[in-house]
Design a protein around this ligand. Structure first.
Ligand code: ZN
Length: 380
């Protein structure tokens, strides 16, 4: 993970980079911030920067052997500790699964979206509505690993996510090592609730406050990474309130809504169901202008993908899950005969909405043209 992959937080990035440039990396640092601000991602990008063999002025190189391993989170000198399931009472001497049992899930989760929060993590490892712990056995493991010689790099980095979930015994075990770490060992603690960390550990760490992400940065990221309509990106970033994970979830929930609306439209057109189509117009007209634009954009993409499937170009199609199933079934109804007229209708409706056209009128007109363009039997 590189700094450039992280949304916003320029000040924090600059501060971290400076410690490396000036060779004064504090050996225990505590990243503090609320969920979805990217503090875990920042800690990982920082570790990558520290270990990079060819670092630039404002980021790791991304291509050296060290960076390559860090991208997959398999660098032998980067270690993770995070809360895991507590074992049932009365079972062996240890009180939780060792963190290593869930390491694969952890890596995959971080690589696909490092903005998840505590509860999202518990859901991923099948322990909804329960709180995980960092056990004494895990703490012993940390000590063992950090006492080993580093494998490849000067530095060893130990990232402890949610140190507030360590019990007292585990905290005390680690305390000694945080007080007197082996040479070139860096502890990066990442916390949402520093008040719950034992004082002795807290006082040994240098704190880095990670603020909510700036609204502009979230909006820009949504446009750049997901091609979202800029107006909609602004809406989502406002609701997300500095939490990038929330912004992504909001975006996904909309996609599902758009998919349902698109599928209904095409089915009604195919069935030549005018009454049903008028209900559909009511729903589309009630979406709100930014959502309408986004829906029309989304539909345009989905229609093009269906054409590709029809042309036998399924391999380059970006559709997944339900969209892909529907695209497959719908593709025989889309071909050179009607694709230009259909995409033209979506584009025209988009432009009318952009120019503040009355949504009920725009979508009625649109639906009545579409019903003629979607055939009631496959094109060939
Ligand atoms: Zn590198």
């Amino acid at each position: 993970m590189q700094f450039k992959d992280i949304v916003g937080q320029e000040k924090v990035k600059q501060r971290l980079i400076l410690t490396t440039k000036e060779s004064r990396i504090p050996h225990a640092q505590l990243f503090v911030g609320s969920a979805g601000t990217g503090k875990l991602a920042l800690a990982i990008a920082y570790a990558q920067y520290i270990m990079c063999d060819n670092k630039g002025d404002d980021d790791s190189c991304g291509v050296c052997p060290s960076c390559k391993k860090l991208t997959k989170l398999i660098h032998p000198d980067l270690h993770f500790v995070y809360p895991a399931k507590a074992k049932a009472e009365g079972s062996s001497d240890d009180d939780s699964d060792k963190a290593e049992d869930t390491l694969t899930v952890w890596r995959e989760a971080l690589i696909s979206n490092p903005y998840f929060g505590e509860n999202d993590w518990y859901e991923m490892i099948g322990m909804e509505n329960k709180q995980g712990i960092i056990s004494t056995a895990t703490a012993s493991d940390v000590i063992r690993k950090l006492n080993l010689k580093s494998f490849e790099n000067d530095y060893k980095v130990m990232i402890i996510w949610l140190p507030e979930r360590m019990n007292n015994q585990a905290s005390n075990k680690l305390l000694k090592m945080i007080e007197e770490p082996p040479a070139k060992t860096v502890f990066l603690l990442v916390s949402e609730n520093p008040n719950l960390i034992i004082k002795t550990i807290l006082s040994r760490t240098q704190q880095i406050m990670v603020p909510p992400i700036a609204r502009e940065s979230i909006a820009t990221a949504l446009v750049d990474r997901f091609n979202l309509d800029p107006g909609r990106a602004q809406d989502l970033s406002r609701i997300a309130n500095g939490n990038f994970y929330t912004a992504l979830q909001l975006m996904d929930s909309n996609e599902n809504e758009y998919f349902d609306l698109y599928r209904r439209l095409m089915r009604l057109c195919y069935a030549k169901d005018v009454i049903g189509l008028l209900d559909w117009v009511d729903d589309a007209a009630g979406l709100g202008r930014e959502n309408q634009k986004e829906f029309l954009n989304y539909s345009l993409g989905l229609t093009r993908e269906s054409l590709m499937l029809n042309a036998g170009l399924g391999d380059i199609s970006y559709l997944m899950g339900d969209e892909a199933d529907f695209g497959q079934k719908f593709s025989p109804f889309i071909g050179v005969e009607n694709i230009f007229s259909i995409t033209n209708e979506f584009t025209q409706a988009y432009e009318s909405i952009m120019q503040n056209g009355n949504p009920a009128i725009v979508f009625t007109h649109f639906a009545m043209r579409m019903i003629k363009l979607v055939p009631n039997k496959p094109l060939k």
